[in-house]
Ligand binder design. Structure first.
Ligand SMILES: [Zn+2]
Length: 271
């Protein structure tokens, strides 16, 4: 998967010559606990605007379509989660991965790295979970006020669940809704051009991960949370966008980033 196109974009800006004006909006850095406390309040099916904003074909839809497709994608993810639990008798992503023969490894960072990426699925049956990002997330979960919103979560299992869904999509490519739903781009007489909608796969994978891990909030929350481990500022910008996409006012509480976080961020920009 691409855990998120935005993250890649942000990650790319870290290569070599970052343009300080690009992807570094003047945004107030919030404490991570404020970000998580606010984002967990957004209902699962309210993330449609954010989810579609990462979709290349976004402008082909109106809001009614987007809402409706989001509902169907969520239902698709849930259905396969239920089926997995039923079939294998566990909701533990690591056990499920083992049961279906998925090779999971835990490298520190992506090989051709220099971008923010937390996990990815590679055809035909490999998943990489990137430990550097996971470790940063775990460190933030040590904070009690963060755990209060996110709960006692297993980040590796959540990331793996998302990737496991992409494997399931590959295995069921002719029948699974997230892959078979297509948009008719044009039709001239009997000739039609259809295309797959990438963000529906992502929504379904998030819903699958939510269901398997029994998260009471959308797994999209972790987009901002995990990014915070690399850049509190970039995560705060993402948080503002997520809040605005659900017509919510972002909390104004800002912090000066503690020295070590600022240093961390700078180090990444240089690397
Ligand atoms: Zn994905």
């Amino acid at each position: 998967m691409d855990w998120k196109k935005w993250a890649k974009d942000f990650g790319n800006s870290m290569i070599g010559k970052p343009d300080p004006d690009r992807n570094m909006p003047d945004v107030a850095v919030r404490p991570v606990s404020v970000i998580t406390a606010d984002l967990v309040k957004i209902q699962e099916d309210h993330w449609w605007k954010y989810a579609f904003s990462r979709e290349p074909l976004n402008e082909k839809f109106d809001d009614a379509n987007r809402r409706n497709l989001m509902q169907q994608a969520i239902a698709c993810g849930r259905k396969y989660a239920d089926e997995c639990i039923q079939k294998y008798g566990t909701s533990d992503a690591k056990e499920l991965a083992k049961a279906v023969g998925l090779n999971v490894d835990y490298p520190e960072q992506p090989q051709n790295g220099r971008r923010v990426l937390f996990a990815e699925y590679r055809d035909p049956n490999a998943v990489h979970i990137y430990e550097d990002g996971v470790r940063r997330g775990k460190a933030m979960l040590e904070k009690e006020d963060v755990r209060k919103s996110l709960g006692d979560i297993d980040l590796e299992n959540i990331l793996l669940s998302h990737e496991l869904f992409h494997w399931i999509e590959k295995e069921n490519e002719n029948t699974i809704w997230s892959r078979t739903y297509e948009l008719e781009l044009w039709k001239v007489g009997p000739v039609k051009n259809h295309t797959h909608i990438a963000c529906l796969s992502e929504i379904a994978a998030m819903s699958f991960a939510k269901k398997l891990n029994q998260l009471p909030y959308s797994a999209y929350v972790l987009d901002a949370f995990l990014d915070y481990g690399y850049s509190p500022k970039a995560a705060s910008a993402l948080y503002e966008e997520m809040m605005a996409d659900d017509n919510r006012s972002p909390s104004r509480t800002a912090v000066k980033a503690p020295a070590e976080e600022t240093e961390e961020e700078d180090k990444n920009v240089r690397s």
